[in-house]
Write a protein that binds this ligand. Sequence first.
Ligand code: CAA
Length: 389
Amino acid sequence: MNIGIDKIGFYTPDQYIDMEKLAEIRGVDPAKYTIGIGQEKMAVAPLHEDAVSMGANAALAILDDEDRAKIDLVLFGTESGVDHSKSGAVWVHHLTGIQENARSFELKQACYGATAGIKMAMGHIALNPDSKALVIGADIAKYGLNTAGEPTQGAGAVAMVLSSNPRILALDNDSAALTKNISDFWRPLYSDYAIVDGKYSNESYLSFLNDVWGVYKERTQRDLKDFEAVCFHLPYTKMAKKAILSLTAEASKEDAERLMSHYQNSIIYNKQVGNVYTGSLYLSLLSLLEQAPELKKGSRIGLYSYGSGAVGEFFSGVVQPDYKNYVNKGNNEALLNTRRELTTDEYEELLEKALPKDGSNIEMNTEQIKDGKAYLAAIQDNLRKYAVK
Ligand code: CAA
């Protein structure tokens, strides 16, 4: 029985900062951000958007009544959790109208959380072939103004329905994972901003890739020639270019050119959004599926997930016939193309805006919210109130 991704949806807030304008106010050559880092636009979340509302919006974009009736597992991968106790999955379950007899919980391991969800969902569906699982990766990536990490921020969510006989990507069950206790990136409980050892995080990302790729190859006897494309966790799009160069250092010209050409399709969405941590790999997959010409029947895609701290995993899947009919290119392009550009002053003010931390109440201004979208409506008596407009 095939198990894998049956539907995939995406959401990002409707405002962004242009990377060239950000470079200007930082006194940096714009080419450093657009070519050296590889980002064009960076999504910025307003105060009424958080991991929960974004995750719900990504799910609302794909769920139908049959999914709502069949989903009995809601897995919410995030490193931008909004409560130490209650999981974002419970709010998403409620906001999307999934039937009550479901298990819902949150998964945390930096940017690896959604991959952990996919792996758990596969096991669940293997035991319960009629079930479906909703797996979400939703995050706000924040390093703060005037930091080296600033051009690699972003905000957004990806939601996937996993099922048997999936219509988009059947996942192989032979991945290779690696866990090592390292300190390349983390966010202490008291901080709104991540702390990162940038160069070390880049090195760790690549060294984990080489390790898990080596184990994967040995286990599966597959090699680069068996992959039509490889998608990577994308903290910024240049990172995957480094990854492909590393993977193909000794590859044939044909393999190297094929992977590099699909890399261009797999970064189109991420370039316009920035880092969405847990969702980044899956946003890249969505970009490839929607933006590349239709991949041949039976094409295998490699996937590299990396969550600082750190856990890495290389896994793979095979595209399903007519998968193009089950993605939503038009909707996702419209989502990206109808966003409002923030001025640099608006961006700086917004990035530092935070919800009250002293237990006081707050009511959100709902003017900007579009119909049908989930949002954080208020905090009252220490309770977060979400709504769908
Ligand atoms: N034109 C073109 N390119 C230029 C340029 C110019 N004028 N000026 C500089 N560049 C290039 C540099 O040569 C460099 O390219 P290479 O990496 O290929 O050498 C690139 O632009 C970046 O320049 P620097 O290395 O000088 O940049 P920096 O020190 O300011 O910071 C960074 C870069 C380390 C990625 C930083 O943005 C950062 O810390 N980001 C957050 C951490 C991160 O994303 N780590 C990734 C791995 S960890 C992970 O994946 C988990 C996660 O999601 C966080």
